[in-house]
Write a new protein. Structure first.
Length: 332
């Protein structure tokens, strides 16, 4: 500061002018320091922000900015991406590549796309879900064609996707037996019914009830009763073919929808299920406990104008099996 003062004095400036000059220099240096502090603060913010900020020169097909979080979220090098935009495409999961590219083009038409979600493969091989919101940015000061810059914000949403997947699974699955719940089963059954009616393909519906479950519960307790239901559910799953559907639609009632299944084959599946359930290895307090089912079988016919009609016929057959003494298969 003294050197600056002396240089101004040598220049023949008056004391008032020297003071003004010194104040201006002090202000300039303070402004530089302030800007430097803001730059350090901004840099520190970007380093710790858990989203990736990026800017793409669309015309030149080159990245002009990518924030440090890219290396944490993508597990890949910022330098490589800045050098070669194809690095971005290379990290996208192959099944999602076409969607990612198409939705990026939509930004040019709409100005923004905020609902882009797709999968990436990290540098270490991990599969992750990301949300990638994109906007058209002004190119002022960058000497680029207006409207050619796309900016984006990328966030890792893998945990959210896994949570959504679990919620969806819970909405469809009967947690007690791990089979489809009533709502999910009937929804799929309706689709199969509509398909069979439209294309005149065979369809069979099995409805079964566990015999004397209350007696088992009274004699051995609710825990044993619950175990019986789980074992019956496992037997039902074991007889399914590819494309068949199974669900628990009541406390002790289970249903199977068999698309493309002739009445003869459906009867064979019903008999196999009956035998498998009778073979259940259930022993309680050194006593064998036999488990049986009453089963109603209905094959799709011309009079079945709706799914409820098919189910009602199967239910009527099942009730007949119970009235006839249980452990029977009645076909309608």
């Amino acid at each position: 500061m003294q050197a600056i003062q002396n240089s101004r004095l040598d220049a023949g400036l008056l004391p008032e002018e020297q003071a003004e000059t010194l104040l201006a220099l002090i202000h300039a240096r303070s402004e530089v320091e302030r800007l430097g502090e803001r730059e350090r603060l901004f840099s520190n913010l970007l380093d710790n922000l858990n989203v990736v900020l990026w800017a793409l020169d669309w015309k030149g097909q080159r990245m002009i900015y990518i924030s440090p979080a890219y290396e944490r979220i993508f597990g890949r090098s910022v330098a490589l991406l800045l050098a070669n935009y194809s690095e971005w495409r290379n990290c996208i999961y192959p099944d999602d590549l076409e969607y990612a590219q198409r939705s990026l083009l939509a930004v040019l038409e709409r100005g923004a796309v905020e609902n882009r979600e797709y999968r990436i493969i990290r540098g270490d091989g991990q599969l992750r879900w990301i949300s990638d919101k994109c906007f058209i940015a002004r190119s002022a000061g960058l000497e680029l064609e207006p409207g050619s810059i796309i900016v984006g914000i990328v966030e890792d949403i893998t945990d959210r996707k896994q949570h959504e997947s679990e919620l969806q699974r819970l909405a469809h699955i009967d947690e007690f037996t791990q089979g489809g719940n009533r709502w999910h089963f009937l929804e799929r059954a309706q689709r199969e019914f509509d398909h069979a009616r439209q294309y005149a393909t065979p369809l069979a519906f099995l409805l079964l009830d566990v015999d004397d479950l209350k007696r088992i519960s009274d004699a051995f307790g609710h825990a044993v009763c619950d175990e019986v239901l789980r074992m019956v559910a496992q037997c039902c799953r074991s007889v399914l073919r590819r494309g068949d559907h199974f669900g628990r639609i009541g406390h002790e009632e289970f249903a199977l929808m068999l698309p493309g299944c002739s009445p003869e084959l459906a009867a064979q599946i019903a008999m196999r299920l009956q035998v498998e359930i009778q073979r259940l290895p259930l022993r309680i307090r050194e006593q064998s406990c036999e488990v049986t089912i009453s089963l109603g079988l209905a094959a799709l016919c011309a009079d079945d104008s709706c799914l409820s009609s098919l189910i009602a016929r199967a239910d009527s057959a099942m009730q007949q099996a119970r009235q006839a003494g249980n452990n029977r298969i009645i076909t309608t």
